[in-house]
Design a protein around this ligand. Structure first.
Ligand code: FES
Length: 149
């Protein structure tokens, strides 16, 4: 039991540390893994496992604005593929990529637990439900306008 609570404490510390690094740098630099590993006495592969499990963490630098579209089943049947196409067209990138000017990163996610409101697009943490291509177009234009101001 003692080992289990130690493991849980380390996991909590790990997630806390990863959140702090992500907030500061916008991603988790690979150099950080060995420092965390030494500090918490857990292997780099365990840290990597946590990093890949939680979509909130990124190993690659992200753009200033993160746009995520849910491509889970409920959102898919409600039109997510068309919205994703529109996002790709608007931003000229594929999911997982960042625009050359480092302003936008486009990502996909599988279900965010708001299926009844799908299709869902999340921009910088804000959830937008019942999206369609027109609305997503407006959303990107709005963000681009805010960038210019
Ligand atoms: S499938 Fe998109 S929120 Fe559940």
């Amino acid at each position: 039991m003692e080992n289990l609570s130690e493991f849980e404490a380390n996991q909590k510390d790990l997630i806390h540390i990863l959140h702090k690094i992500q907030a500061e740098y916008g991603y988790i630099p690979s150099q950080a893994l060995s420092s965390i590993s030494k500090h918490l006495k857990i292997s780099e592969s365990e840290i990597f496992g946590v990093l890949t499990f939680y979509k909130a963490f990124s190993l690659k630098p992200r753009g200033k604005h993160l746009v995520t579209i849910c491509t889970g089943t409920a959102c898919h049947v409600r039109g997510a593929p068309m919205i994703l196409d529109e996002l790709k067209r608007q931003l000229s990138i594929e999911p997982g990529e960042t625009t050359e000017d480092d302003l936008f990163t486009l990502e996909t996610v599988n279900c965010v637990g708001a299926c009844a409101l799908g299709p869902i697009v999340i921009s910088d943490g804000d959830y937008h439900g019942q999206m369609n291509t027109r609305e997503v177009n407006k959303l990107i234009k709005k963000i681009k306008k805010e960038i210019k101001e």
